[in-house]
Design a protein around this ligand. Structure first.
Ligand code: NDP
Length: 393
C-alpha cells in the first residue's frame, strides 16, 4: 500500500493510553500494569488511516504512536523522548511515508530542527504548526463574533508567545487588535518578538510573569509547551475569551474562571471521511464531535490530499499570515475546517447545527445524518470512558 502520510503522536492521558493498549491487545490491561508496560513499548505504527476529501480524493496513511508516557513530558525526560521521536520518524521513513506530521510534543522535542531526524529517503516532515495557527486564529475570530465582541478594541494576551505556535498567532492577530501582550519565561526572546511586532506599528507589552502586565487582557491564547495542565492566568478580564491550544492542555483545572469563554483551539474537522483500521475512532481523536483532529496532524493530511509532499512547516518562528492563508486554502479545498467549539465541560456548540452549516456548503453529501450518528457514538464512548475513569478514581 502507498503510504501518503504518517502521523506521529502520543497519548495525553493514562486513560487514552489504556484505551490504545486495549485495542492493540484485544482486551484491557489492569490499570496498575499499564504504567509499568507503556515505557517499554517501542514506537510503532498502530493503525491505518484513510482520509477522504470533499473533492472525492482520498489519501492513505499510518498513525505511529511514539508511546511517550503521558507523565514523562517534563525536561528530565527530553533525551529519552527525543529518542522516541527519532525512532517514530525512522519507522515512518522505513514504511515509505511521503509526508510526516509531527504531532503534540514531537516537534517541540526536536525544536523544529529537522536535522535531528534520521536520514530520509524521500520522506518529508512538517510540524503542522501553520494550520494549527490558522485554526486558532479562526477560532478567536469566530468566538468574538458569537460573543458580540469587537476584536479591534481588544487586548490580546499570548502565553507561550515566543514559541512556533504562539509567535504565529501573535503575527496573525496583531493587525486586528488594539494591543498585544506577550508572555514566556525567556525575556530576550520576548524582546526580539516585541521588536518585530513594533516595527509593524503594533502596541506591544512583554512580561515573564502573568501578573506583570499593566492592563487586563480580554482575549487570551494559551500556547505554552507545558508538561501538564497547570496554567493559572491571574489578571485577565473576568469574561475573557480564552483559547487553550496546548497539548497537553495549558489551563489548570483549578483555574476558576466561571465567566470566561474557554474553548480548546487548533482543532479542525474533516467534512469528508476519516477511517481507522483497526478502529481507533474516538480513541485517537477524543473529541465530542466526529472527524475532529488536531491541526498539526491535519496539515499532513491536507498536504497529502493536495499531493504537495513538502516540509510546509519547518523550523521555529517562521509562521507568517501569508503561509497561514496558503495552508488554510489547501485545507478548505479538501473540506477541512474549524472544528465546533468545546472545552473540558463538553460541547459549546450544537454539532448537528455545525454539520448543517457544512451541508449548506456541500449539498447532497449527507453530512447531517452521518454526523448525528457519529456524534451520538462519540458522546456515548466518551461517557463510558469518563465513567470508567471515575470508577478507577
Ligand atoms: P514551542 O516549544 O515552539 O514554544 C513553547 C512556548 O512556550 C515558548 O514560547 C516557551 O518560551 C513557552 N513556555 C514554556 N513553558 C512556559 C511557561 N511555564 N510559562 C510561559 N511560557 C512557557 O512549542 P509550540 O509552539 O510548537 O507548541 C506550543 C503548544 O501548542 C504545545 O502545548 C503544543 O503541544 C501545542 N500544539 C497544539 C497543536 C494543536 O493541534 N492544537 C499543534 C501544535 C502544537 P520559554 O521557554 O521562554 O518560556
Amino acid at each position: 500500500m502507498t503510504v501518503d502520510f504518517a502521523l506521529i503522536g502520543h497519548q495525553e492521558s493514562w486513560q487514552a493510553a489504556a484505551d490504545v493498549l486495549a485495542i492493540l491487545r484485544g482486551a484491557p490491561l489492569p490499570d496498575d500494569e499499564i504504567k509499568d508496560i507503556l515505557p517499554w513499548i517501542p514506537p510503532r505504527a498502530i493503525c491505518h488511516v484513510e482520509v477522504g476529501s470533499s473533492t472525492g480524493a482520498t489519501a492513505h496513511g499510518l498513525y505511529i504512536d511514539s508511546f511517550i508516557p503521558p507523565d514523562h513530558l517534563e525536561a528530565a525526560y527530553v533525551q529519552e523522548n527525543t529518542a522516541r521521536v527519532r525512532a517514530a520518524a525512522a519507522c515512518a521513513i522505513n514504511l515509505g511515508a511521503k509526508i510526516v506530521s509531527l504531532g503534540g510534543f514531537s516537534s517541540i522535542l526536536i525544536e523544529g530542527n529537522f536535522d535531528q531526524l534520521p536520514e530520509r529517503k524521500g520522506t518529508v516532515f512538517t510540524t503542522g504548526n501553520t494550520l494549527t495557527v490558522g485554526l486558532i486564529v479562526q477560532g478567536i475570530k469566530k468566538m468574538c463574533t458569537l460573543e458580540g465582541r469587537n476584536l479591534r478594541r481588544s487586548t490580546l494576551l499570548v502565553v507561550g508567545a515566543t514559541g512556533d505556535v504562539g509567535s504565529g498567532c501573535a503575527r496573525c492577530l496583531a493587525p486586528f487588535v488594539k494591543r498585544v501582550q506577550i508572555n514566556a519565561r525567556n525575556e530576550a526572546r520576548l524582546r526580539k518578538l516585541a521588536a518585530e511586532l513594533q516595527a509593524d506599528g503594533v502596541q506591544v507589552e512583554i512580561a515573564t510573569g502573568l501578573e506583570g502586565f499593566s492592563t487586563e487582557a480580554d482575549v487570551v491564547i494559551c500556547a505554552a509547551s507545558l508538561a501538564s495542565p497547570s496554567l493559572l492566568l491571574g489578571r485577565i478580564a473576568r469574561d475573557a475569551i480564552i483559547c487553550d491550544a496546548g497539548y497537553p492542555k495549558n489551563l489548570s483545572p483549578n483555574a476558576h474562571m466561571a465567566d470566561a469563554k474557554i474553548f480548546f483551539g487548533g482543532l479542525g474537522q474533516i467534512v469528508g471521511t476519516l477511517k481507522f483500521a483497526p478502529n481507533f475512532d474516538g480513541i485517537l481523536n477524543r473529541h465530542p464531535f466526529p472527524r475532529v483532529v488536531h491541526g498539526c496532524l491535519l496539515e499532513g493530511m491536507a498536504l497529502a490530499l493536495e499531493k504537495r509532499f513538502e516540509p510546509f512547516s519547518r523550523g521555529r518562528g517562521f509562521i507568517t499570515p501569508d503561509r497561514v492563508e496558503e495552508i488554510e486554502g489547501i485545507a478548505a479545498h479538501h473540506g477541512i475546517h474549524l472544528a465546533p467549539f468545546y472545552n473540558a465541560d463538553g460541547p459549546l456548540e450544537d454539532c448537528i447545527a455545525a454539520a448543517a452549516s457544512f451541508d449548506s456548503v456541500n449539498p447532497g453529501r449527507g453530512t447531517v445524518s452521518n454526523t448525528r450518528t457519529q456524534c451520538q457514538n462519540t458522546i456515548l464512548l466518551l461517557n463510558a470512558t469518563d465513567a470508567r475513569s471515575r470508577e478507577n478514581g
